[in-house]
Design a protein around this ligand. Sequence first.
Ligand SMILES: C[S@@+](CC[C@H](N)C(=O)[O-])C[C@H]1O[C@@H](n2cnc3c(N)ncnc32)[C@H](O)[C@@H]1O
Length: 258
Amino acid sequence: MDDGPHEWRSDLRHEFALWRAGIDRRTISIAQRLGLPRDPEWRRLLEVTDGHAMADRLRRVSILRRVERLDKERISGALAECGVARGGVAALLGARAAAGPMRRDVWLFDSFVGLPEPTFRDGAPAVRLAHNRGDGRLEPIGECVGTLEDVRHFLFDECRLSQDRIHLVEGWFQNTLPSYSGGPIALVHIDGDWYESVRVCLESLWPRVVPGGYVVIDDYGHWEGARRATREFLAKQAGGILLHRRGYTQAYFRKPHR
Ligand SMILES: C[S@@+](CC[C@H](N)C(=O)[O-])C[C@H]1O[C@@H](n2cnc3c(N)ncnc32)[C@H](O)[C@@H]1O
């Protein structure tokens, strides 16, 4: 792997984040108990999505802050999520898009049958989670399942989001993302856990991300394969791209204006 300038910075950040991990867990639970942040609309969104989101409040607030920044900078484009599970973050994106000053579509990609098999690049804990299946076959392993029906019910019935601008795309990323036909993307939340899942998201959607747009990787600190796919991808980008960390696992970067 190439050691570009962003690499040593992200390595240092990574080491620092790991060192801080013990503190972070306490910070997360204190933040959750206090119901941060203070903005009542954000607090409402966090509460509504608590039971459906796998990403904790710290990570969801970080995503909201990225969208807020895009709005402030008047950067147009859709919001997307690759890896929806039961729709917690998806609802947050849908609600924020509807309430924000910019007209944004929301694209949601998932197999809606859960995770596929990992590969050796994802490490032993991933293969164990997959009941010792590690050949990378696009077959469900029975983990992180959110069905299309349940997600629809949560988004459109429980959260009462409008269906007009929310697009649910069912299928393996490997089959759906290369033919993505929506508009430019201002933010994509990549939460597909495995090396191959994260790799295909980055390779397929990066050309559609607008300058100044964000890519948020949920599993950078948690899953070895997600971190590896992200580092390999960044190492190929000319000029270097700075990776930011939030908490023990989330990472994000912006597409440079050049
Ligand atoms: C950790 S869950 C997502 C959690 C969700 N973002 C949240 O915070 O509530 C991972 C999701 O990625 C999906 N996924 C992973 N790899 C995939 C692939 N190659 N194609 C389609 N879906 C995939 C799984 O179906 C699962 O729903």
